[in-house]
Design a protein around this ligand. Structure first.
Ligand SMILES: NC(=O)c1ccc[n+]([C@@H]2O[C@H](COP(=O)([O-])OP(=O)(O)OC[C@H]3O[C@@H](n4cnc5c(N)ncnc54)[C@H](O)[C@@H]3O)[C@@H](O)[C@H]2O)c1
Length: 344
């Protein structure tokens, strides 16, 4: 976990004052003591409301005002990806380091172009795939690094919740929905924990009366050389019995648990991890890793940005890595469209 020290040493400007900024970005920065210089939203009332709530000194009247704020070295973007991919080149030209939202762009190819621009301008680019920094995934990563599981033999993630898509009018007509905007976290965490898969097979469906055009229930099967992972992600759970569970089996240990955020998002509940070691039936150790995905993972994501900028390296959640996650997203849609296994 990146250390959160001297949190005021970088000046941050935020673009977008929507749902995720007010429920996650700003609460996280307030709790870590980060210095948010200003905020800009095309809807100025949203920016003003966020500034008043979180004590932000500036609301920029336009993008140029933000670009010309010399106390800002990191721009944190949280706008729809179609907008983000237009803004990023201007921010790079202004020499600002960038923490972008996921998905970085609407295609992996466009994302790759943006990553190339950032690299050529020596601008550090991170993408907010913050499930990586959620308590359960961080804890599993540490167990993996300590080789607690031995060779992994099976991975299962089942996220089954209800989403009110009408909250985001810009998503209503998206033909590619749940994988691009939600399961992308699960895919990214899978890559973070287990590395690159060989192939994917995906299926998708949606409720007949859904207010959105895109898929709202997906099953993703990833083949790794030695094991298979199965991800089920559904935002169609009208029954109200939300569940967000994982299970990882290895030759030496098994872990299972819950990803708390999906229960009553974005407040959620604590993540839980149950661990059984040495293949002995019976005793499970249960623990709750500290923190919550929302908002704590946002603080760790920004802290990793700080550390990367200060030490002249790319952040762990860098843009180039995210391009690979976007390629998995595109492979999933290709698999759905052609009903076949797609090699990654
Ligand atoms: N990492 C995560 O866990 C996570 C969670 C939720 C959302 N997101 C991502 O964050 C982004 C925003 O999501 P949201 O839920 O806050 O959406 P939202 O619709 O609530 O907010 C988007 C904001 O962007 C503003 N905006 C639009 N065009 C703009 C422009 N040209 N310049 C400035 N502001 C502009 C809108 O006025 C709005 O306030 C999306 O890309 C979404 O995928 C990420």
């Amino acid at each position: 976990m990146p250390a959160i020290t001297e949190p005021g040493r970088h000046g941050i400007a935020i673009i977008g004052a929507g749902a995720i900024v007010t429920s996650a970005h700003l609460p996280a920065y307030r709790s870590m003591g980060a210095r948010v210089r200003g905020i800009y939203d095309i809807d100025s009332t949203r920016a003003e409301r966020a500034a008043a709530t979180f004590g932000i000194p500036e609301t920029y009247p336009d993008l140029d005002a933000l670009l010309n704020d010399h106390e800002v070295d990191i721009v944190d973007i949280a706008v729809p990806p179609q907008v983000q991919e237009q803004l990023v080149p201007k921010l790079i030209t202004a020499g600002k380091h960038l923490l972008c939202q996921k998905p970085l762009a609407m295609t992996a190819m466009t994302a790759q172009t943006l990553v190339g621009l950032a690299s050529a301008a020596s601008v550090r680019m991170g993408v907010n795939v913050n499930m990586r920094w959620s308590p359960a995934i961080r804890a599993i990563k540490q167990l993996m690094e300590k080789e607690v599981f031995g060779p992994v033999t099976s991975v299962l993630m089942n996220v089954n919740f209800w989403d009110d898509w009408t909250t985001w009018p810009w998503l209503r007509n998206e033909r590619e929905l749940l994988i691009r905007y939600d399961a992308i976290h699960l895919i990214d965490s899978l890559r973070f924990l287990f590395g690159e898969a060989q192939s994917i097979y995906a299926t998708a469906s949606r409720l007949p009366n859904s207010p959105v055009k895109g898929e709202t229930d997906v099953s993703l099967v990833f083949r790794y050389p030695e094991f298979t992972t199965f991800i089920h992600d559904s935002a169609d759970n009208w029954a109200g019995d939300t569940c967000a569970e994982f299970r990882i089996e290895g030759t030496d240990a098994t872990t299972k648990g819950i990803l708390g955020v999906w229960y009553d998002y974005p407040v959620g509940r604590d993540d839980r991890i149950d661990l059984q070691r040495n293949c002995q039936r019976g005793d499970w150790i249960t623990f709750h890793p500290p923190g919550r995905w929302v908002p704590d993972a946002w603080a760790w994501t920004m802290a990793e940005m700080f550390d990367a900028i200060d030490s002249g390296r790319d952040p762990i959640h860098n843009g180039q890595d995210h391009v690979q996650t976007l390629k998995y997203v595109e492979a999933a849609y290709e698999s759905i469209q052609h009903n076949r296994v797609v090699t990654l």
